[in-house]
Design a protein around this ligand. Structure first.
Ligand SMILES: O=C(O)C(=O)C[C@]1(C(=O)O)C=C[C@@H](O)C=C1
Length: 114
């Protein structure tokens, strides 16, 4: 019984460490997708990339199978992440449009964005 208590404590510590890594990886992904959003604005691509999304759905199915994780769960999780990314991309596009309008009208507000 004492062994089970010990194991529970150890396993929970490992869960906490794993969650730390998952959140750190999410932060890294959002840092990358933010840069993708800026590139899209720079080259005039819309925030949503349907072809890329289809490609990613195939990739995620393969990853779920490779790591033996429920495919539906993986899809749901990444749907939430993608929605967040899209909102980010729409905000970046809207801000750059405001910047563009400010430059076009000679408004100096853009200089405060940093
Ligand atoms: O790869 C891209 O173009 C992204 O913007 C990333 C991403 C994603 O988060 O997976 C987000 C939105 C797109 O529609 C497709 C993929």
């Amino acid at each position: 019984m004492q062994d089970a208590h010990q194991s529970l404590t150890t396993l929970r510590a490992q869960i906490d460490e794993t969650d730390d890594r998952i959140v750190a990886l999410l932060a890294q992904r959002f840092m990358l997708t933010r840069q993708v959003g800026e590139c899209k604005v720079a080259i005039g691509e819309p925030p949503i990339s349907p072809a890329r999304q289809t490609e990613r759905q195939h990739l995620l199915s393969q990853l779920a199978s490779k790591h033996r994780v429920d495919e539906l769960l993986v899809r749901h999780l990444f749907d939430v992440v993608r929605q967040h990314t899209l909102a980010d991309h729409q905000r970046i596009a809207a801000e750059s449009f405001v910047d563009f309008q400010d430059v076009a009208s000679g408004n100096e507000r853009t200089q405060n964005y940093g």
